[in-house]
Design a binder for this molecule. Structure first.
Ligand code: RP5
Length: 163
């Protein structure tokens, strides 16, 4: 297992599924755990150490509201930590975004954008980190980017024909 994914609540699963799908498409293995910085801090602490032991090289943490999960993980490991802020009722996710992004100097969290796009990008950033020591994975990431570029050209061609 290469990537450990934590979600603060089962209700975050729908968002983080996007990250799991992207990782799967790259053949990157991941372990998913529901664990909370606030509701189960001791479980979270133990899981960080246990999953590092099992080979996790990147952590992804998704949480909403006063989202301290990614920061909590970052406080317990020197592995790269990627945070996904999750939207919720009330403040619409701005609460989670600011809680995740505003880490104190010394303990960074790579904070993604909100929602499914943020989750997909979290997986892609994890892949980019793993690529540093995996040329085969790097080739897959380059192919993925080439596909995106081809889609842009194709969209432009389609619209040109309409105008
Ligand atoms: C956070 O509070 C979770 O990450 C979730 O996004 C939010 C709401 O949790 P539930 O009340 O749905 O369990 O800790």
């Amino acid at each position: 297992m290469d990537v450990a994914i934590f979600i603060g609540s089962e209700s975050d699963y729908d968002i983080v599924r996007e990250a799991i799908d992207v990782l799967k498409s790259f053949g990157v293995t991941a372990a998913l755990e529901v664990t909370s910085a606030h509701r189960s801090p001791e479980r979270t602490r133990k899981l960080i150490f246990a999953l590092e032991e099992k080979g996790a090289r990147v952590f992804i943490a998704a949480a909403g509201k006063a989202a301290h999960l990614a920061g909590f993980v970052a406080a317990h490991t020197t592995a790269p930590v990627i945070g996904i802020p999750v939207e919720s009722a009330g403040l619409g996710g701005l609460d989670a975004l600011l809680s995740t992004v505003q880490m104190p100097k010394g303990v960074p969290v790579a904070t993604m954008g909100l929602g499914r796009t943020g989750a997909a990008n979290a997986a892609l950033l994890a892949v980019a980190i793993l690529c540093l020591k995996n040329p085969r994975l790097k080739k897959k990431l380059k192919d993925y980017r080439a596909k995106l570029a081809a889609q842009v050209e194709e969209a432009s061609r389609r619209l040109r024909q309409k105008t």
